[in-house]
Design a protein around this ligand. Structure first.
Ligand code: NFE
Ligand code: MG
Length: 574
């Protein structure tokens, strides 16, 4: 059994700790796969007994990547439980925070986490700067940095870097692998844009510092937002700050429209076979988010809610986060134990009890017939589903939203592929870029909504009527949800006598990276790997392409920690 297993551990260029085991068939294609979260942390237990108004600050620190979304889901859960409606400005500012997160996170994912699966940095050394400039002017004609001198400088920097023998962030990739298809000039152009995107991402995120005081982990508030708007004051969000935000959004629009999307389509055009690989489950789920009416109404969401089963774009199914029969988590193949007789629990009834049954480390292989991950297996109506950009874009597209149809059809047309190409690794990566395009325009629209509200004299950002615990019911529960960059995210909270009695978090990467369930259904990562040809088992770049197309965040996904902080297992990372 053992010799045909490929182990990738740790998977790098992700957040958190992920192990993939792939079993190759005789035909050189992946016959079976295991996705394992190898780290155990812990927020749900830490939160018990705390003040629900503080929960967001703990939850937000689950992750340093999607640094705002857990705070948002948390304040919404508590507001839902306590019956609080936040003011219109707070709703809009939350949308601005979320959209800023999307734009920064997706651009970083493309250039800094995923591109190196398609771009051979070392091959860029062979590029001719003049031919690179010609290519850049063809691919992204509106992007200003495209002269032969500019690319000669980038090539020179890269050469010195490689000659120093210390490749740093470019160390340990499969450079020279025949699966890399870009010509040297395209590789050099991509390296130049990698560096430009790295410089830019620290600018866009300043929007978080304006409305949230800091990044990572900006400030939130149960009842609204923790910022002050006074257009005439030097010590509040004023006209100057708002103008800065507008400038940053305009700059982000240029990066997305003239750099990210042209590069995405150019790279994709060299890898058409990946439109037929890595599709996986074919089931998709989106909770939806970004309300445009007040109070927050799901019917007004810019990202619509719904589920798609069996790639059937003719039907978008309704989703209910509170129905005990819809979302359930299983632990059949996880290192947790449920109460006697329970196999699947809705998050309102969720149970968190670690129970390691894996091999004693250091180990060679996991056993797919037993527990093999610190992630639970969330399922929707019993189905394993994929969440994230592809799910959101497909739900928007299948719901007949014109803005989704426009960006999707335009991209399919440019690549000359049918809509079925979306069900693939390439489709997942393209969907992320297409939704970024929508998001950056929505970001400007939300900014304009905020300015219009302020001009009309509305400066309120918080509703503090239920701030005092004496106004709360003795017992209540609520759910807060959002669409995080990696997909559907929700927190479920029970409040008893002013304190958190139970807190459960189901995270996008838990949906996608989950192990098998009681019916043996694979999670989304596992399913997406099945059937993938691997040219060289010692350099499995194909596994990285598909896994990275999901943009894994295992820090979010395995957010649990033993109460006492006890080390439950020590894993040797090779
Ligand atoms: Ni840590 Fe996260 C996002 C959340 S995880 S990155 O996006 O929630 O899937
Ligand atoms: Mg959880």
């Amino acid at each position: 059994m053992a010799s045909n297993r490929i182990v990738v551990d740790p998977v790098t260029r992700i957040e958190g700790h992920l192990r993939i085991e792939a079993i190759l068939g005789e035909d050189g294609k992946i016959r079976d796969a295991l996705s394992s979260g190898t780290m155990w942390r812990g927020l749900e237990l830490i939160l018990q007994g705390r003040d629900p108004r503080d929960a967001w600050a703990f939850c937000e620190r689950i992750c340093g990547v999607c640094t705002t979304v857990h705070a948002l889901a948390s304040v919404r859960a508590v507001e839902d439980a306590l019956g609080i409606t936040v003011p219109p400005n707070a709703e809009i500012i939350r949308n601005i925070m979320e959209l800023t997160q999307y734009v920064q996170d997706h651009v970083i994912h493309f250039y800094h986490l995923h591109a190196l699966d398609w771009v051979d940095v070392v091959s860029a050394l062979k590029a001719d700067p003049k031919a690179t400039a010609e290519l850049a002017q063809k691919v992204s004609p509106k992007w200003p940095y495209a002269s032969p001198g500019y690319f000669a400088d980038v090539a020179d920097t890269l050469k010195r870097f490689v000659e120093s023998g210390q490749l740093g962030i470019f160390q340990n990739a499969y450079w020279g692998h025949p699966a890399y298809k870009l010509p040297p000039e395209a590789n050099l152009m991509a390296v130049a844009h990698y560096l430009e995107a790295l410089r830019w991402q620290k600018e866009i995120i300043k929007i978080h510092t304006v409305f949230g005081g800091k990044n990572p982990h900006p400030n939130y508030l149960v009842g609204g937002m923790a910022c002050t708007i006074d257009l005439e004051s030097d010590n509040a969000i004023n006209v100057e700050r708002l103008n800065m935000v507008k400038g940053l959004i305009q700059e982000a629009m240029a990066v997305v429209e003239h750099l990210y999307l042209p590069d995405l389509l150019a790279v994709a055009s060299f890898y058409p076979e990946w439109a037929g690989i890595g599709g996986g489950l074919g089931n998709y789920l989106a909770y939806g988010d970004l309300p445009t009416t007040h109070p927050n109404d799901p019917a007004s969401f810019r990202f619509p809610r719904g589920a798609i089963l069996g790639k059937n774009l003719a039907e978008v199914l309704p989703v209910d986060l509170e129905n005990p029969e819809e979302i359930k988590e299983e632990v059949t193949h996880s290192w947790y134990r449920y109460p006697e007789g329970k196999t699947a629990l809705h998050p309102y009834e969720g149970h968190t009890e670690p129970h390691y049954t894996g091999p004693k480390p250091p180990y060679e292989y996991l056993d797919e017939n037993r527990g093999y991950s610190w992630l639970k297996s969330p399922r929707w109506k019993g189905h394993a589903v994929e969440v994230g950009p592809l799910a959101r874009v497909l739900v928007g597209y299948a719901s007949g939203r014109p803005e989704f149809k426009e960006v999707v059809d335009e991209a399919l047309g440019k690549l000359g592929v049918p809509a079925t190409a979306l069900f693939s690794t390439l489709g997942r990566t393209a969907a992320r870029g297409l939704e970024t395009r929508l998001c950056v325009h929505w970001l400007m629209e939300e900014y304009e909504r905020l300015v219009a509200n302020l001009k009309a004299g509305d400066r309120g950002v918080a509703n503090t009527e239920r701030w005092d615990p004496s106004t709360w019911p003795a017992s209540c529960k609520g759910v807060g949800f959002t669409e995080a960059p990696r997909g559907a995210l929700a927190h479920w909270v029970h409040i008893e006598n002013g304190k958190i009695a139970r807190y459960q978090i189901v995270v996008p990467s838990t949906w996608n990276a989950s192990p098998r369930d009681s019916k043996g259904q694979h999670g989304a990562y596992e399913a997406a790997l099945l059937g993938t040809p691997v040219a060289d088992p010692k350099q499995p770049v194909e596994i990285l392409r598909t896994i990275h197309s999901f943009d894994p965040c295992l820090a979010c996904a395995s957010h649990l920690l033993d109460e006492a902080g006890t080390k439950l297992a020590e894993l040797v990372i090779r």
